[in-house]
Design a protein. Structure first.
Length: 339
């Protein structure tokens, strides 16, 4: 697929990929890969600008988990990841963040860090008619490799769903997400479907009545929230769920923090057709205006121009000398030993 749209790909290990041509920009997705290969990249591509896409600020997400759990172990993990992540960003030339909130987190700890904001991008389907939706059908979408999604569903089914059942007879919940653990699979009931991985979730986004994102911790921009709104599906979520969207709670999405407030919000959307249409229309237009491909092209172009204007960070003199010796070894001698 990449080749078909004109993107050159390379088959082989990272060492051979870095040695095949001079690069202007090398972009890492997530900090752990950058942390592992930064030295090699600087050695083999000293003139390349190294960019790390944070996706979300991991230590910030882990700290929100520690705040929720109160666990010293969770706090220690967050602090360890913080040190690793910030060290990686310090070594990079530019860091991509998805929101102003994430940018503020990094700049608070690394004021000199160069950052560029590129938010999530959502394709915008035609605005769907509400009469094609199944009233009473709730939908949750989330990859269960990501711990906040597991916590969200255990919280919702354990504390919110019983209250919703009391308010709305016949309500049902569909849970979609890759690799649901056993504790999620056990949630399946007459009114709860646990489908696991689904290749195409469009039909569910078109037929459900309300999307729920009861996240109790996290970071970055939540793809599940933006995707639901892009389908004209109203969202009931928490303050963590709307982080990065710069939206107005109650207008673009319903924000509720407690089980009682979340159940009441779902009940209001089910009962009030005017509110329902207002929220889903506002959410759809927000994504169309700020997070569609057309809305983000300028941001991506700005990022590329800025990255190219940056002078790559040079290692210390001794490291530069070692890197040059290693580079010459691999170019003129080492390849002969691995025909």
């Amino acid at each position: 697929m990449l080749t078909q749209v004109g993107i050159a790909t390379h088959e082989g290990d990272i060492h051979s990929a870095l040695g095949c041509a001079t690069q202007d920009i090398i972009l890492f997705e997530f900090y752990p890969l950058a942390r592992e290969f930064m030295t090699m990249v600087r050695r083999m591509q000293p003139d390349a600008r190294v960019v790390v896409d944070s996706v979300d600020v991991h230590y910030n997400r882990l700290q929100t988990k520690a705040n929720l759990s109160g666990s010293p172990e969770d706090a220690a993990i967050a602090q360890r990841i913080r040190l690793e992540e910030l060290a990686t960003y310090t070594s990079a030339d530019l860091v991509i963040v998805v929101s102003k909130e994430d940018e503020n987190v990094i700049l608070r700890d690394l004021p000199a860090c160069q950052t560029s904001i590129i938010p999530n991008v959502h394709e915008i389907p035609p605005y769907p008619e509400s009469n094609k939706r199944t009233k009473g059908e709730l939908l949750f979408v989330g990859n269960f490799i990501h711990p906040p999604n597991v916590d969200a569903m255990l919280f919702f089914t354990g504390q919110v769903m019983p209250l919703v059942r009391q308010r709305i007879p016949g309500v049902s919940l569909t849970i979609i997400g890759n690799k649901p653990p056993e504790e999620i699979q056990r949630l399946a009931a007459d009114d709860i479907k646990v489908l696991g991985y689904v290749p195409d979730i469009s039909p569910f986004l078109q037929s459900a009545y309300i999307s729920i994102a009861p996240l109790r911790y996290g970071g970055g921009i939540k793809g599940k929230v933006g995707e639901a709104m892009s389908f004209g599906l109203p969202v009931v979520t928490t303050s963590f769920g709307v982080e990065g969207f710069d939206l107005i709670p109650g207008q673009h999405a319903i924000v509720a923090e407690t089980p009682e407030a979340m159940a009441a919000a779902i009940g209001r959307l089910m009962a009030d057709a005017t509110l329902y249409e207002s929220v889903r229309r506002a959410g759809y237009e927000l994504i169309q205006q700020r997070f569609s491909p057309g809305a983000t092209v300028a941001r991506i172009d700005e990022f590329m121009q800025r990255a190219l204007s940056i002078r790559p960070k040079a290692p210390h003199l001794l490291k530069r000398l070692i890197n040059q010796l290693v580079r010459h070894y691999h170019r003129y001698i080492g390849w002969r030993l691995n025909p």
